[in-house]
Write a protein that binds this ligand. Structure first.
Ligand code: SPD
Length: 309
């Protein structure tokens, strides 16, 4: 009896845990100077982008990640006009940023032009806004871009999003103190940076190190989380960071905004019809962290928790 061939792709973490996805056609495969790039069809999550075999985004759950990296930081800033995205070559973060009416310029600095081209061709629902005239794509190393921006005097972007890969391969230098210091200098007064900070379940050690660096570099660091079903550990985090020690923290700004700042609350309400994840009830709740994650991010000793062996 013929058994139909079934293909599965999987991502392993902590050397012992594996998430498997039933796959269909391989739509795109390339080996660029930086990484392997694959776009595949999956049975449940639609088309999916993998870099060096690690899941970056899928048609079915990308909205959670992209809404969550973009909108909290954009709302934190009273009038975000100029936005820098480091990484984010799939275009999902740019698409969300462009939903904010005052945005005049989005610089997307992606190291690998092949990622941008492949996503434009095979993931149009994610990359479809990359042709917007407000978007300027720079195919460059984000570390060098940020260093140049800081050296030229900084003070250039209202919001910076670090939409990076994991801290390995080409993304590794995007998790360093010097990179964060340059990012802080590139912000305008009152500006904020948001970055993806991995999973408290799958990347315990890496996450502890990332938050050490962030707390050393920025006066205020507000972590928040959501569930991304296709990512290792599923529980995923971001942080909004600000260099302004006298202002309320990003968490306080957003939480107060929802209850008492009519301008920010109105901005979120006007976005809501276009969003599938974020809303006025969820935004303040996303900053409430489980104790083990909160302890680790604060640099406190954490009793055994997922991800620590
Ligand atoms: N482990 C996956 C981490 C990837 C984070 N960046 C995803 C890019 C989506 N725009």
């Amino acid at each position: 009896m013929d058994t139909p061939l079934q293909l599965w792709v999987s991502e392993t973490y902590a050397e012992s845990v594996r998430l498997g996805l039933k796959a269909g056609r391989l739509l795109y495969h390339a080996v660029s100077p930086f990484q392997t790039i694959d776009i595949i069809e999956t049975a449940y999550f639609g088309r999916m982008l993998l870099l060096d075999g690690l899941v970056m985004t899928s048609e079915r759950d990308e909205f959670v990640y992209h809404e969550m990296i973009a909108h909290p930081a954009m709302l934190c800033c009273p009038v975000p006009r100029r936005v820098l995205i480091i990484g984010g070559g799939d275009g999902g973060s740019a698409r969300e940023v462009l939903r904010h009416p005052g945005v005049e310029e989005v610089v997307l600095c992606e190291i690998d032009g092949a990622v941008v081209d492949a996503c434009r061709e095979f993931l149009p629902s994610i990359a479809g806004q990359l042709g917007d005239p407000r978007v300027r794509i720079e195919i460059r190393d984000g570390i060098a871009y940020m260093a140049d921006c800081a050296q030229a005097g900084g003070n250039r972007f209202d919001v910076i999003l670090i939409d990076s890969t994991d801290p390995m391969g080409p993304g590794e230098g995007l998790f360093t103190e010097s990179f964060y210091r340059n990012a802080r200098q590139c912000l305008t007064p009152g500006g904020v940076m948001a970055n993806q900070t991995e999973s408290p379940v799958a990347h315990a050690r890496e996450q502890g190190l990332i938050y050490d660096l962030l707390r050393r570099t920025f006066a205020q660091v507000s972590p928040y989380w959501a569930v991304i079903p296709t990512y290792p550990g599923a529980m995923w985090t971001w942080a909004i960071c600000s260099g302004d020690e006298n202002a309320p923290t990003p968490r306080e700004r957003l939480t107060a905004a929802i209850s008492s700042d009519p301008a920010i609350a109105a901005r979120l309400t006007s976005l809501e019809p276009a969003l599938r994840y974020l809303n006025g009830e969820l935004l303040p709740a996303a900053f409430a962290l489980p104790t083990f994650a909160r302890q680790r991010m604060a640099g406190e000793p954490t009793p055994w928790a997922p991800g620590l062996t």
